[in-house]
Design a protein around this ligand. Structure first.
Ligand code: PLP
Length: 211
């Protein structure tokens, strides 16, 4: 943690950045020990894993960062102070129906690969406008730099920051273990960091093979 904070502060003041510790695939004990170190923001990708950890660790902020399954959105919304991965118009409508008061980020797809999560650029404005008109607390956009189009994708990060500015959104959730410095240089405000804080994800965990 200390080393990561040093690397961040070489680029931008620490207090302008939220570090979300991504614990997917790690046991709940990892959350507890990071909590003891003063970490209060944690990210999870899967509703069941989130729910079971949140039953044990209650006094932290949970951020949902994984693909949303509609049937699980209610449970996700009950636990999470922020959902970074809202990717469909129907998810916005459902969150409004649930009167979700947490922070909402719309995920932007980094390329047009079929099956990837996130709004396509052409649909993003509609998503932002709808989120506002149904009174969701939309605060920013989230993006994962594509592996196929070059994992270190400065163009994508710059595009993300431009889109945030264009739509008047302050928060830009981008940057993971391998690219957070590049993301910061391009205006990230929320870093989602797993391995660089915790070491390699345990193999056989659902998140181990993914980024
Ligand atoms: C797993 C994951 C992270 C963290 O990845 P690391 O490479 O371990 O830092 C961040 N964001 C999303 C969306 C993830 O799925």
């Amino acid at each position: 943690m200390t080393e990561v904070k040093e690397r961040i502060s070489e680029i931008t003041p620490l207090d302008s950045v939220k570090i979300i510790c991504v614990t997917k695939g790690f046991p709940v004990g990892t959350v507890e020990s990071m909590g003891d170190l003063g970490v209060c923001d944690f990210g999870e990708n899967y509703q069941q894993e989130l729910s079971s950890k949140a039953t044990v660790v209650k006094d932290v902020n949970w951020h949902f960062i994984g693909a949303v399954q509609r049937s699980k959105l209610k449970k996700i919304a009950e636990i999470s102070c922020a959902i970074h991965s809202v990717s469909r118009i129907s998810e916005i409508a459902e969150l409004a129906r649930l009167s979700y008061r947490g922070e909402v980020f719309l995920q932007v797809r980094s390329d047009d690969e079929v099956g990837r999560n996130g709004f396509q650029l052409k649909d993003l404005k509609e998503g932002v406008d709808l989120s506002r008109s149904v009174d969701l607390n939309i605060v920013g956009l989230m993006g994962v730099a594509s592996i196929t189009s070059g994992y270190r994708a400065p163009e994508f990060f710059r595009l993300m920051r431009d889109l945030c500015d264009r739509y008047g959104l302050k928060r830009c959730s981008m940057g993971m273990s391998d690219d957070f410095e590049l993301a910061l240089m391009n205006g990230a405000t929320d870093l989602r960091l797993g391995r660089v804080l915790l070491g390699p994800r345990p193999t056989n965990s659902p998140g181990a093979s993914r980024n």
